[in-house]
Design a protein around this ligand. Structure first.
Ligand SMILES: C[S@@+](CC[C@H](N)C(=O)[O-])C[C@H]1O[C@@H](n2cnc3c(N)ncnc32)[C@H](O)[C@@H]1O
Length: 246
């Protein structure tokens, strides 16, 4: 990945360049899971489980997980919707999707994984009960367009679930986390994947990305939700959002 520039970070309406993002993720795909587990101490699985629990997903439902990457959130949803339910995982980076089918199969789960851009989903309106995106929306070139697409494919009354990094707002935690994410995370992420730029980008994009009320304002600006709500995870290191579709 050293040949790939670090994508520039922006907040709000315009995200990073899509081709740089795709190329960055294709470069780290083979070591993405290992890096996640080491860098978060395994907490990322608990965050995804919290999102699934809060979504209210039930057996038999039809779920779409976008920017699914190596499929962890799709797999967590499948464990709840069961055999009678259906989970589809999509991502625009083929290399990130690479490990997903075998991870699902190892748990005995049937999940359909396919390539798709979240801003242009190949699904009919109102065809899912829930659409989700974890640690993806920050990387989408047009995040509002992504949110609108996610809402489009969900039935009225269903929900869009978003999990994303934010900024901790408790002073001691905030200082400790800043030290970790600026000085330690890019170094360890770089050692594991050979791509320090990707983990510098993770730090810089997460430190600027709108969280809490600012992200709810973005969701509301789409006019696609009758209700939006946010919950903090791990003192605001991560946030989850639920939008009930109009
Ligand atoms: C940090 S990874 C998150 C993967 C996974 N959801 C997880 O929780 O581990 C971000 C993912 O977003 C994907 N992505 C970024 N922009 C996208 C877009 N416009 N459409 C689809 N996938 C996108 C990348 O390819 C990458 O797999």
């Amino acid at each position: 990945m050293s040949s790939v520039d670090q994508p520039s970070t922006t907040h709000g309406m315009n995200g990073p360049d899509a081709s740089k993002i795709r190329s960055m993720f294709s470069g780290i795909a083979g070591r993405y899971d290992l890096a996640n587990t080491i860098l978060s101490g395994g907490i990322h699985h608990l965050w995804r489980q919290s999102l699934v629990d809060w979504s209210g997903a039930r057996a038999g439902q039809n779920i779409l997980d976008c920017a699914t990457g190596t499929g962890d959130l799709a797999i967590a949803f499948k464990s709840v919707v069961g055999q009678e339910g259906r989970v589809t995982g999509t991502d625009f980076c083929a290399e990130m999707l690479g490990p997903a089918p075998s991870k699902a199969a190892a748990r005995g789960y049937e999940i359909e994984f396919s390539q798709a851009d979240v801003t242009q989903l190949p699904f009919a309106d109102a065809s899912f009960d829930i659409a989700s995106i974890s640690f993806g929306i920050r990387n989408v070139a047009q995040p509002l367009k992504g949110l609108i697409e996610l809402a489009r494919v969900v039935r009225p009354g269903g929900c869009v679930m978003v999990l994303e990094f934010g900024q901790p707002d408790t002073p001691v935690i905030s200082n400790a986390y800043r030290l970790y994410s600026e000085k330690i995370l890019p170094r360890i992420g770089g050692w594991i994947t050979g791509a320090p730029e990707a983990y510098q980008y993770l730090q810089s994009s997460s430190s600027q990305f709108p969280c809490g009320q600012a992200f709810l304002d973005l969701m509301n600006s789409t006019d696609r939700f009758v209700q939006v709500e946010a919950r903090r995870l791990s003192f605001g290191v991560a946030w989850m959002y639920k939008g009930v579709v109009r």
